[in-house]
Design a protein around this ligand. Structure first.
Ligand code: GDP
Ligand code: MG
Length: 211
């Protein structure tokens, strides 16, 4: 049960999830936000919806309360173009593949290209790679391949998870939120220092003008 009241959060972030149809994006979101996983019939019904689903979850990361707006690009196949609003102001993007389906891994490059084309990526955006369905015995993508892609593309994080049995699901969002908080605090500290040195220079100039 949600124990937080509105406006009690200190940090708010937008997290967007992309990846091929059927990799488990909606199941992942549902597992994290509601503690459930989609069954096959429900899962298929999401495929026909041509817009982004949007979920909210407020939770605790160490001493901080964080609110995540999680965008699930529901209904998209590879042919669908993702609307720019999906990426707009996203703080982190989670790229999901299915560890039992090679094409979903091979297609990661295209998702990254699409993401760059839509202008998502800059040095302040966080990119996370996730291999889902690691509960399945027919896993064919080795963990090291996922690690390699994540490292090669300078991604912030890589995890193998199972939306079905919850493995690493809470850890994934916890890690993402913790990294975003850290990034935000670091940015505001940098801004504070810049403002301070700017004021410092201003004072010095004023002082020099007296002579
Ligand atoms: P989406 O199209 O990426 O949103 O994928 P869905 O969340 O709709 O899931 C597609 C199918 O994969 C459904 O039948 C889910 O029950 C199943 N599924 C999702 N995650 C997992 C998982 O971690 N393990 C297993 N075994 N099946 C999963
Ligand atoms: Mg879906």
């Amino acid at each position: 049960m949600e124990t937080f009241i509105m406006d009690e959060w200190k940090f708010i972030f937008k997290v967007a999830i992309i990846g091929d149809s059927g990799v488990g994006k909606s199941s992942l979101v549902q597992r994290f936000t509601q503690g459930e996983v989609l069954q096959l019939d429900q899962a298929h019904s999401t495929e026909s919806i041509d817009f982004s689903d949007f979920s909210v979850k407020t939770f605790q990361v160490e001493d901080e309360t964080v609110k995540l707006h999680i965008w699930d690009n529901a209904g998209q196949g590879r042919l669908h173009s993702i609307s720019p609003s999906f990426y707009l102001n996203a703080d982190a993007l989670i790229l999901v593949y299915d560890v039992t389906r090679q094409p979903t891994f091979d297609y990661l490059l295209h998702w990254m290209t699409e993401m760059y084309d839509k202008g998502f990526y800059d040095e302040f955006n966080m990119l996370v790679l996730v291999g889902n369905k690691c509960d399945k015995v027919d896993k064919i993508i080795p963990t090291s391949y996922g690690e390699l892609v994540a490292n090669y593309n300078n991604m912030s994080h890589f995890l193998e998870i199972s939306a079905r049995d919850s493995e690493n699901v809470a850890m994934l969002f916890n890690d993402v939120a913790a990294m975003l908080i850290w990034q935000k605090l670091r940015m505001s500290e940098l801004r504070r220092r810049e403002t301070k040195s700017f004021i410092g220079v201003g004072r010095l100039r004023k002082w020099l003008c007296c002579f």
